[in-house]
Design a protein around this ligand. Structure first.
Ligand code: IPE
Ligand code: IPE
Ligand code: MG
Ligand code: MG
Ligand code: MG
Length: 356
């Protein structure tokens, strides 16, 4: 099929071409950065070994798209979706389902759907118009490996695929509708995309604040007139939206598939709120304290770009203390679950202590 399409049009485009030497990619890429590293014998570590394999294998199945999908698009989707990420959001779907007494295998489509949205959000987050990054998950970012148009389109396609997977593979139909609706809400204009918008807007305002004559009604930060408490409130809102919303909905999807009781869902939402904020606080901290090699992405960029971050506003030590507080808050939210939620508690500790 592909060969015929290109007949008479010269050689087909080179896919997965090596990164040109002119790119400022000055580290040796670790092609397989560790997906998750924690004490080797912990139950959470064992869980991740199994769940990452299960999720990756199901994601591979979902990428077996029919012949209408152009080869280049499929390659770019595959490149980003199957790159070695930690798969934390899928783990949350599976663990929430398990904590609510459901069969985790039934939550696998939900786990894949949230990872698809996450992968799309990372592709867009790395674009020149957003964070302008060249390294992700230990590899060149999607737009560096392919090109900007292909990266944008691969992300678009991953977003659509996520909803198709939920609609077709979550059962019963009632649960599928609830999952589609919850994911649309969390990923969209009042969720993750809202957070990304405020993040980019804040960055621009910070960069121009010196000479700025920003109009008050559209200003996000108005840096000269706001107290640091105001700024922390604004930052918390950005983090809850850009990162927290997807973490929270991962738990809601797992619980919905397990047909959880209302009070179980409420407890998981409270856990997700604390964990989601914790996750972005530690991401901000790692940008300051870690290295490109360790993270598989660029570090020491947030401050230079004028991003609002916790270490930027509170300092490293106070941010670490806040992260510890959020970890306890997350664990406390699970008090009604007993032993069934032990891995979710362990996951909060992992997020606090993570080093990538
Ligand atoms: C990175 O998320 C983007 C943020 C929301 C901070 P992860 O740290 O989960 O990235 P991967 O999936 O492991 O690459
Ligand atoms: C990204 O936040 C959040 C989403 C992709 C929705 P960051 O911009 O801080 O993530 P990294 O640090 O690039 O992974
Ligand atoms: Mg960003
Ligand atoms: Mg970024
Ligand atoms: Mg970051």
């Amino acid at each position: 099929m592909r060969r015929e399409f290109w007949k008479g049009r010269g050689p087909p485009p080179r896919l997965n071409a090596p990164v040109p030497e002119s790119l400022p990619l000055n580290i040796e890429f670790k092609r397989e950065i560790q997906t998750i590293d924690m004490s080797p014998n912990s139950a959470l570590s064992d869980f991740f070994k199994t769940s990452v394999e299960q999720v990756n294998s199901q994601l591979r199945e979902y990428l077996k798209l029919d012949e209408r999908c152009p080869d280049l698009l499929r390659q770019a989707m595959d490149y980003s979706l199957l790159a070695p990420g930690k798969r934390i959001r899928p783990a949350l779907v599976l663990l929430a389902c398990q904590a609510c007494g459901g069969e985790t295998i039934k939550a696998l489509p939900g786990a894949c759907a949230v990872e698809m949205i996450h992968a799309y959000s990372l592709i867009h987050d790395d674009l020149p118009a957003m964070d302008d990054d060249d390294l992700r998950r230990g590899r060149p970012t999607c737009h560096k490996q392919f090109d900007e148009a292909t990266a944008i389109l691969a992300a678009d396609a991953l977003q659509a695929l996520a909803f198709e997977v939920l609609a077709k593979d979550v059962h019963p139909a009632d649960a599928a509708i609830q999952c589609v609706s919850a994911l649309a809400d969390a990923a969209g204009s009042c969720g993750m995309v809202a957070g990304q918008t405020l993040d980019v807007q804040g960055e621009k305002e910070n960069q121009t604040s010196e000479a700025s004559s920003s109009t008050p009604h559209s200003s996000l930060l108005a840096p000269h007139s706001q107290t640091s408490e105001d700024k922390i409130t604004i930052l918390e809102n950005i983090h809850r939206l850009k990162t927290g919303a997807m973490i929270r909905v991962s738990l809601i999807i797992g619980a919905t598939i397990a047909n959880a009781a209302v009070d179980q869902i409420e407890s998981l939402k409270a856990y997700g709120d604390a964990l989601g904020l914790l996750f972005q606080v530690t991401d901000d901290l790692l940008d300051v304290t870690s290295t490109d090699e360790q993270m598989g992405k660029r570090t020491h960029k947030d401050c230079a770009k004028g991003k609002m971050t916790y270490p930027g506003l509170l300092g490293v030590e106070a941010s670490q203390a806040y992260a510890a507080e959020l970890t306890q808050k997350a664990k406390d939210a699970l008090s009604s679950f007993g032993q069934d939620a032990e891995l979710l508690r362990d996951l909060a500790d992992y997020v606090l202590e993570r080093n990538h």
